[in-house]
Design a protein around this ligand. Structure first.
Ligand code: GLN
Length: 451
């Protein structure tokens, strides 16, 4: 049924870069066989899922939204892919994304933009816009995203779906193409909080193949999603996430959600995190720095595209020609920014300072989490903007992640879930819930209460 739905609507939405019809049917039949053999199956066995095209899939193309990896077929599964398969999840295909996960609109995909199912002329968020659009257009009930600065939560927010960035190290990064390794985190996307929790549980947990993977039990997310009791919980409203630049209707729906939490018995207080105003600036030094280093591996020798290999060019020229042809404008901008920020002479002024700001942000979180259990804010300052509106203005585009980036810098956990439609444009608004590291279950408890 989901493959039929994809056939019927994806020409318009363009959520998928690759639909693996045969693989999906094979996986679905395998679940039937397991069931027939009397095997005990988990809650996600046979459930279809849309996988962001940043995770390697054995025998199935993985492009990361880039021309440089066009035609590359990985020989192995990411740990996350493997865990999905082991859980009996049916992977329908790979979803569209901003090239190398750099963007907030999916317009940076080398394969064309994705439409927001609420209004196809608007962006579905990014970088994981294919996954969020697949959910919102009922092409898949579950999806996977990755969140380096907001790429799970912001797409969830603007498409009226649920997205969770787990605690850094909570879900393995092995086989997830690296953008900014100290920030990147894969996580679950769904249409309900409980669905997201079930998916979270299936993909989370220690992986010896990822050196930053946390070796501790997965927080009890499913139990929390089934519970939803917020009586006596202390909830902090981040003062800095309001004011200029925040759409009126976004604040209306956000304030209603806060009021609802109060009515349900939570203790709501205002908190201040002064360093958060520097988060965006720090992020746009740290993320490009790490990206410039990570993307050095695309040298035309190892994977994908190769340009100029005609016997007249040196190896270095082939690398340069391939990178010039294979990377898009935003990726080049980031590689240049990062290379500059890491250059000797500039390192202390840029990268070094950004790392210090990162520490201040982490301390702000530690201080406020001494007094509250979770924080709440709008996920993103505005509803979905029109495709093209911010495409030529990187600074305006970067603002979409104003409220999501501090969490990536500190490494803790956060969720976005729908909290109504903005009165002025009828588009979905997202509520962000932020929890301390390894307290991911609190997101689900609060999420289930407001859902
Ligand atoms: N929009 C942010 C960026 O462009 C975040 C992307 C992400 O989380 N992958 O870097």
């Amino acid at each position: 049924a989901h493959l039929d739905r994809i056939g019927a609507v994806d020409e318009k939405v363009h959520a998928f870069l690759h639909v693996d019809t045969e693989g999906a049917l094979r996986a679905a039949r395998a679940v039937d066989d397991r069931r027939a053999r009397g095997e005990e199956l988990g809650p996600l066995a046979g459930v279809p899922l849309a996988l962001k095209d940043i995770f390697t899939t054995e025998g199935v193309p993985t492009t990361v939204g880039s021309k440089i990896l066009e035609g590359w077929i990985p020989s192995y599964d990411a740990t996350l892919t493997r865990r999905l398969k082991d859980a009996g999840v049916v992977i329908l295909g790979k979803t569209n994304m901003d090239e190398f996960a750099m963007g907030s609109s999916t317009e940076n995909s080398a394969y064309g933009p994705t439409g927001n199912p609420w209004d196809l002329t608007r962006i579905p968020g990014g970088s994981g816009g294919g996954s969020s659009a697949a959910l919102a257009s009922f092409q898949a009930p579950l999806a996977i995203g990755t969140d380096t600065g907001g790429s799970i939560r912001q797409p969830a927010s603007v498409t009226g779906t649920v997205g969770v960035k787990p605690t850094y190290g909570g879900v393995s990064r092995y086989g997830m193409v690296a953008f900014s390794s100290s920030l990147d985190q894969g996580g679950p996307c769904a249409r309900t909080v409980l669905d997201a929790a079930l998916l979270h549980e299936a993909i989370a947990g220690h992986d010896p193949l990822d050196s930053t993977s946390i070796d501790a039990p997965v927080p009890p997310v499913v139990e929390a999603a089934r519970n939803g009791d917020v009586r006596g919980m202390r909830i902090g409203v981040v003062k800095e996430f309001a004011g200029e630049g925040y759409q009126a209707g976004v604040m209306t729906r956000f304030n209603e959600a806060v009021e609802l939490l109060r009515e349900l018995g939570a203790d709501v207080v205002e908190v201040s995190c002064p360093s958060f105003s520097y988060a965006l600036a720090a992020y746009y030094l740290i993320a490009p720095s790490e990206c410039s280093s990570n993307l050095a591996r695309f040298d035309a020798m190892r994977y994908g595209m190769r340009v100029g290999d005609d016997g007249t060019h040196s190896a270095e020229e082939v690398t340069a020609l391939t990178r010039a042809a294979g990377f898009g404008a935003e990726v080049k901008r980031r590689v240049m920014l990062g290379t500059y920020a890491l250059s000797s002479g500039y390192y202390d002024a840029y990268y070094g300072s950004a790392q210090k700001v990162r520490t201040l942000i982490t301390r702000d979180f530690e201080r406020v989490f001494g007094g509250v259990d979770v924080l709440v804010s709008p996920t993103t300052p505005t509803t979905a903007f029109p495709i093209g509106e911010r495409a030529d203005d990187p600074m305006a585009m970067y603002l979409a992640d104003l409220c999501t980036i501090p969490t990536n810098l500190a490494g803790n956990a956060a969720m976005s879930l729908p909290c109504g439609l903005a009165p002025e444009d009828g588009l979905p608004v997202g509520l962000q819930i932020i929890a301390p590291a390894m307290a991911d279950d609190r997101l689900y408890r609060v999420g289930a209460a407001v859902e």
